[in-house]
Design a protein around this ligand. Structure first.
Ligand code: NAD
Ligand code: UDP
Ligand code: UDP
Length: 324
C-alpha cells in the first residue's frame, strides 16, 4: 500500500476507459473502491477482472441523481468523453457534468471527503494561446456541437471552486488532455482507437481535414499516476492542473505511426473536418512537474504498441464470437 492507510474511495464513471484503470490502481494500492456507473459508455467487461476482489464494489447509478454513501475520497469521472458519445444526447451530457458535480460535491460536503474532478483540455476550446497554461481562460463556443461537453465541464469547474471557497471543500481539479490506451471504446470515434481499428482491418485511415491539426497523446498509465499524485497533494493546492503529454504530433504523423506499427496495408483518406475541431492542442505541464513531481514517461510508440495489442485481442475475440 503506497498510502498511509486504507481509504474508502468512490470512483464515478469507474467502468469507463480511465475509470477502470483508476479502480485497478487504487485496489493495487490497498484501498476499498466503490465504482459507480450507469454503463452509458462504460462496460462491465472493463471491470470484470476486478469483480473477485473483496475490496471492490460496483453500483449501477446515474450521478445526476443524489447518492448517499460514506467515503473518504471521491474521483468524479462520470461523463461520456468522446465527441460521438457526448453529442448523442447533449442535454444528458450537460446534466451529467453539472447535476453530477452538484451531487458529488454535496456528498463530499456531507462526508467531508476530498474530491477530484476529471476536467478537460476542452475548457480551453479552440485555443489562441499555445501551449495552454492553466491561467488561460479559453476560447469556447457556447452554442456549438461541442458546447454541451465544454460548457458543462467549465460549469463543473466553477462549482468545484465555489464549493471550495464557500464550503471549504478540499478539491482537486485536473484538466486532462487526450489520453489513449487499452479499454478505449473501439467505436467511440476517437482518433487513436479509430486509426488502430482501421489499420488492423486494413481499412482506409480517415484523416479529418488535411491531418495537419495537432494533438498531444498521453498513455493511460502515466495519467492515472498523475491522478493519484494530485489527490495526495496538500489541501492548499486545488488546481486546476494540466495533465497530459506535452509532445505534440500532427494527426497525419499519428496515422503514419499506426500504419508502420501494425504493418497495415491501409491507405490514408481525407474526410471533412468536424465543426469546432481545435487546430492544435498541447499542454504546458510545468505546474504538474512542480506540484506533483510528475511527467509522462511512456513515448507514443510504446503506448501505441500496448494499445494495438489490446485491440488485436478484442477484434480476434469478436471475430471468434461471430464464427463460433
Ligand atoms: P468513458 O466514456 O470511457 O467513461 C465515462 C464513464 O462514465 C463511463 O463508464 C460511463 O458509463 C459513465 N457515465 C456517463 N454518464 C454517467 C452518469 N450520468 N452517471 C454515472 N456514470 C456515467 O470516458 P473516459 O475517457 O474514461 O473519460 C473519463 C473522464 O475523463 C470523463 O469525465 C472525461 O470527460 C474525462 N476526460 C477524458 C479524456 C480522455 O482523453 N480520455 C480527456 C479529457 C477528459
Ligand atoms: N447530495 C448527495 N449526497 C449527499 C449529500 C447531498 O447526492 O450525501 C446532493 C443533494 O441531493 C443536493 C446536492 O448534493 O441536491 C448538493 O448538496 P448541498 O448540501 O450542497 O446543497 P443543498 O442540499 O443545500 O441543496
Ligand atoms: N480525427 C481524425 N480521424 C478520425 C478521428 C479523429 O482525423 O478518424 C481527428 C479529429 O478531427 C481531431 C483529432 O483527430 O482533430 C482528435 O480527435 P478526437 O476525437 O480523438 O479528440 P478531440 O478532438 O476531442 O481532441
Amino acid at each position: 500500500m503506497t498510502q498511509g492507510y486504507r481509504k474508502r474511495i468512490l470512483v464515478t464513471g469507474g467502468a469507463g476507459f480511465l475509470g477502470s484503470h483508476l479502480c485497478e490502481r487504487l485496489l493495487r494500492d490497498g484501498h476499498d473502491v466503490l465504482c459507480v456507473d450507469n454503463f452509458y459508455t462504460g462496460t462491465k467487461d472493463n471491470i470484470a477482472h476486478l469483480m473477485d476482489n473483496h475490496n471492490f464494489e460496483v453500483m449501477r447509478h446515474d450521478v445526476t441523481f443524489p447518492l448517499y454513501v460514506e467515503v473518504d475520497e471521491i474521483y468524479n469521472l462520470a461523463c461520456p468523453a468522446s465527441p460521438i458519445h457526448y453529442q448523442h444526447d447533449p442535454v444528458q451530457t450537460t446534466k451529467t457534468s453539472v447535476h453530477g458535480a452538484i451531487n458529488m460535491l454535496g456528498l463530499a460536503k456531507r462526508v467531508k471527503a476530498k474530491i477530484f474532478q476529471a476536467s478537460t483540455s476542452e475548457v480551453y476550446g479552440d485555443p489562441v494561446e499555445h501551449p495552454q497554461r492553466e491561467s488561460y481562460w479559453g476560447n469556447v463556443n457556447p452554442i456549438g456541437m461541442r458546447s454541451c461537453y465544454d460548457e458543462g465541464k467549465r460549469c463543473a469547474e466553477t462549482l468545484f471552486f465555489d464549493y471550495h471557497r464557500q464550503h471549504k471543500l478540499r478539491i482537486k481539479v485536473a484538466r486532462i488532455f487526450n489520453t489513449y490506451g487499452p479499454r478505449m471504446h473501439p467505436n467511440d470515434g476517437r482518433v487513436v482507437s479509430n486509426f488502430i481499428v482501421q489499420a488492423l482491418k486494413n481499412e482506409p485511415i480517415t484523416l479529418y481535414g488535411d491531418g495537419g491539426q495537432s494533438r498531444s497523446f498521453c498513455y493511460v498509465d502515466d495519467l492515472i499516476d498523475a491522478f493519484v499524485r494530485l489527490m495526495g497533494t496538500g489541501d492548499d493546492f486545488p488546481g486546476p492542473v494540466n495533465l497530459g503529454n506535452s509532445t505534440e504530433f500532427t494527426i497525419r504523423e499519428l496515422a503514419e505511426a499506426v500504419v508502420a506499427l501494425t504493418g497495415s496495408r491501409s491507405e490514408l483518406i481525407f474526410r471533412p473536418l468536424p465543426s469546432d475541431d481545435p487546430r492544435q492542442r498541447q499542454p504546458d505541464i510545468g505546474l504538474a512537474r512542480e506540484k506533483l513531481g510528475w511527467e509522462p514517461t511512456t513515448v507514443l510508440r510504446d503506448g501505441l504498441v500496448h494499445t494495438i495489442e489490446y485491440f488485436e485481442q478484442l477484434l480476434n475475440a469478436s471475430s471468434a464470437g461471430r464464427n463460433g
